[in-house]
Design a protein around this ligand. Structure first.
Ligand code: HAM
Length: 423
């Protein structure tokens, strides 16, 4: 039998209430904070990611789904491994910076699938979903704190409390070259002790050595100089201001000078939110500032800051009791129970009437005995059961049972409608 491809999966109806809840909370946050949705293509020119994310990153180096489209004049195309480069491309392509007042920012958000050929494990997939925000047009550290405040609100709304915010500054084009030299000089002294991946990173992009998960390398990395100690004055001031803005909002954080993130475009502020209830793949949110990205992909200078979280990981982080509440929240307003052929026919018409009034109606096509029908009403998490038999049709008064309290009353259809619509 044909099954899903390695690293991909079906999101089944039983889990959808959790996914939809995360999306709804995110969209509500975006409404409150003034972010507009953008939808970019699932595939783009490979060059966009090679230049934007960086040739030496694991993502570009070994994880991209790249193909040549017969129609594309041998242009190499890639399924997007992330969306920041695409959003910045769209920002430039559509000149979204035009018609902006001095200091006005563009706040964009996206929800969609990304593709990386990673080794699949719990919380890590080859097709996964991200929700992200990009704030373009300004480099005020207050923007960074506001974006993190928005994430903080989302986590609270989802009842996810077991998280840690890690922050760092990775410097900028001015401070980085001198630091990289310092780093390479320190690493060179013990290079033979590092793993082969790290030796490769030492050659291509030494900063990436901090990403190594090998415990042996981790111990060696602990002795390497950090970029946070080599910041130029402007970057150091930016980082101090960012922290002050977080403090003013009462947002707790931990500075991790060895957090460099897996994409090359970051400048200055970088951050992650780590979930306590997840296993090895515990980074729920990743983000930071990327002021040079626009220029890297051929655009005019543009400042940017943003994040993306894995929807898969956010859903996994919802605590079990909240997850259970979401799964069992009323799916249907009313479940119709009919007894006899005439009642069955009448049920179809009543269902149509209730549905056009805006109610969610569950109706089955096979008649069941009363007890079994009530069990079905529970299975549908219906708020009420509506009971229709010959007697009810004759009198126009139907039985309405509250599935939570068990109370039952006899009402005409108009009263039933207004009762169900009233909550
Ligand atoms: P990233 O750290 O590569 O950053 O990914 C962000 C989040 O996407 C991760 O923290 C994780 O929750 C989720 N994620 C990444 N890879 C996988 C995977 N294979 N399976 C499941 N979830 C995954 C970015 O993508 C940047 N574009 C974030 C950003 C936006 N920075 C600035 N703006």
């Amino acid at each position: 039998m044909i099954q899903t491809v390695k690293g991909t999966r079906d999101i089944l109806p039983a889990d959808m209430p959790l996914w939809l809840r995360v999306e709804a909370v995110a969209r509500e946050a975006f409404r409150r904070y003034g972010c507009s949705e953008i939808r970019t293509p699932i595939f783009e020119k490979t060059e966009l990611f090679a230049r934007g994310v960086g040739e030496a990153t694991d993502i570009v180096h070994k994880e991209m789904y790249t193909f040549i489209d017969k129609d594309s004049d041998q242009t190499s195309l890639t399924l997007r491994p992330e969306n920041t480069a695409s959003v910045v491309r769209a920002y430039i392509q559509h000149k979204m910076y035009n018609d902006k007042a001095q200091g006005e920012v563009t706040k964009l958000y996206y929800i969609g699938q990304m593709f990386r050929r990673e080794r699949p494990q719990a919380g890590r997939y080859r097709q996964f979903y991200q929700i992200g925000v990009e704030v373009l047009g300004h480099d005020d550290p207050a923007i960074e704190a506001e974006v993190i405040e928005m994430l903080d609100w989302m986590l609270k709304e989802l009842k996810i409390t077991d998280t840690t915010l890690l922050i760092n500054s990775v410097g900028d084009a001015t401070s980085r070259p001198a630091y990289l030299e310092k780093l390479r000089a320190a690493a060179a002294q013990q290079l033979d002790k590092f793993c082969d991946d790290c030796k490769h990173r030492y050659e291509t992009n030494a900063l990436r050595m901090f990403d190594c998960k090998n415990p042996n390398c981790q111990a060696l990395i602990a002795d390497l100089p950090t970029i946070t100690d080599s910041l130029d004055d402007a970057s150091a001031q930016h980082f101090a201001d960012f922290k002050a803005h977080l403090d003013a909002r009462g947002i707790a954080y931990t500075v991790n000078p060895r957090m460099v993130r897996g994409l090359d475009y970051y400048t200055r502020t970088a951050f992650e939110i780590i979930g306590g209830s997840l296993g090895a793949q515990n980074t729920i949110v990743g983000g930071g500032r990327y002021d040079g990205l626009s220029e890297t992909i051929g655009g005019p200078p543009a400042k940017g800051f943003g994040f993306a979280f894995g929807l898969d990981r956010m859903v996994l982080s919802i605590p079990p009791d909240e997850a259970e509440r979401l799964r069992t929240a009323s799916a249907a307003d009313v479940f119709i129970v009919y007894l006899g052929e005439a009642a069955r026919e009448k049920s179809f018409l009543i269902a149509r009437e209730l549905r056009s009034a805006g109610l969610s109606v569950a109706l089955e096509f096979e008649e069941r005995k009363m007890k079994k029908a009530m069990a079905q009403a529970n299975k549908f998490h219906a708020r009420y059961a509506l009971i229709i038999g010959d007697n009810e049709i004759a009198t126009g008064m139907y039985g309405l049972k509250n599935m939570t309290t068990g109370e039952q009353e006899s009402l005409d259809l108009e009263s039933i409608k207004s009762k169900l619509l009233g909550g």
